[in-house]
Write a protein that binds this ligand. Structure first.
Ligand code: UT7
Length: 335
């Protein structure tokens, strides 16, 4: 038997490209005023959202992924045919199966490639980065495409004013590669889940109960906004602190805090409780709304395009939501 020395095949994971896409159609607060009993002032005050992008009728999550990857290819002039694994984080796949990731593989014409969808709601993108990092560091794969993409408008009930004001569509992608450089990009990670609160935020077209809690099965997003809000500002804030403690870093050592763009008030409360200033916090909430697994890469890519994020800066990315689950990483930006 070959005696494989693990140290020979271990490497580090680095982010080598980023891309993003949002659909053309914009849904403003004024548009929503015509659908439900709401107004711009209430929405902006309670959520910080001005508008969201909405996919066309025949545009699904896989199509948003294709656009985000093409955007990445154009900007970084990269080859994608040698990608050996694709992870798409989404709660709104075109179909339950085949996976969106397999549609991305086919669209890009990659021959030898694993492809899986990952479902961790708004914690999906950071969870996917955690997994991609593990697969690269182990030496199992060398080039992984990670996409966070959603068409939440397809599962939003536009007669429910407590949810329809929040959600939007979009996609963001990272290319991650193994590197022999002794500095990897993912410095530390943290995850925590509380499935006993799953019924507070869900979408079901099958089961009519989560645990002991009866739920709706209309296939639309249902949430107890106040409960999710309370959980986010207490438990998620605690999770962010745990991640920093684990890394022996404080908010002052971290250049950018990128929490999931759930709601601006949640982001402000998280900043207050964790020591980050709003000036060092990036979000995609104002112009894109809550795009779940896409919100973190969209916020990062907007800042990359604006030249705000600099090479070697330290960033804390923190996803949280349906599960209820949370997943955070601290990375060193390599682009
Ligand atoms: O990715 C994670 C996904 N989920 C979340 O992030 C949800 C977290 N929660 C939230 O973002 C907030 O709870 C909401 C934005 C959903 C609601 O804000 P809130 O400050 O918690 O409002 P509330 O539910 O306490 O409702 C306050 C009032 C109520 O009226 P009354 O009972 O005080 O007369 C609601 O009926 O605001 C009313 N209301 C609205 N008014 C105008 C609820 N939705 C609207 C609306 N427009 N769209």
């Amino acid at each position: 038997m070959n005696d494989i020395n693990r140290s020979d095949i271990r490497s580090n994971a680095v982010i080598t490209a980023i891309g993003s896409y949002v659909p053309e159609r914009i849904l403003t607060n004024a548009d929503l005023e015509k659908l439900v009993d709401t107004n711009d002032e209430w929405i902006v005050q309670r959520t910080g959202i001005k508008e969201r992008h909405i996919a066309a009728v025949h545009q699904f999550t896989s199509h948003l992924c294709f656009e985000a990857v093409h955007n990445m290819i154009e900007r970084y002039n990269i080859t994608v045919t040698d990608i050996d694994y694709i992870i798409v984080a989404t709660s709104t796949p075109d179909a339950v199966f085949p996976s969106v990731a397999s549609q991305v593989q086919s669209h890009l014409g990659i021959e030898n490639c694993g492809a899986v969808d990952l479902q961790a709601a708004c914690a999906g993108f950071t969870a996917a980065i955690q997994l991609a990092n593990g697969l690269l560091v182990s030496g199992a794969y060398r080039k992984i495409l990670v996409v966070g993409a959603e068409t939440l408008s397809k599962i939003t009930d536009y007669s429910d004013r407590t949810t329809c004001i929040l959600f939007g569509d979009g996609a963001g992608a990272f290319l991650m590669e193994s590197s022999d450089d002794d500095r990897g990009n993912v410095l530390s990670m943290y995850s925590k889940t509380d499935g006993s609160r799953g019924h507070q935020l869900y979408r079901s077209s099958l089961a009519s109960a989560i645990g002991d809690h009866a739920i709706h099965t209309n296939g639309m997003i249902v949430q107890n906004g106040r409960e999710v809000y309370r959980w986010a500002v207490s438990h998620v804030a605690e999770g962010v602190k745990q991640l920093m403690e684990r890394s022996r870093l404080s908010a002052a050592d971290i250049n950018w805090f990128i929490p999931h763009s759930a709601n601006m008030r949640i982001i402000e409360a998280l900043c207050e409780r964790t020591g980050f200033s709003l000036d060092q916090t990036l979000s995609s909430i104002k112009l894109f709304g809550n795009t779940s697994a896409a919100s973190i890469p969209l916020a990062i890519d907007e800042a990359v395009k604006a030249g705000t994020i600099k090479h070697d800066q330290i960033m804390l990315l923190y996803g949280f939501g349906g599960g209820l689950t949370q997943s955070g990483i601290i990375i060193r930006w390599s682009l």
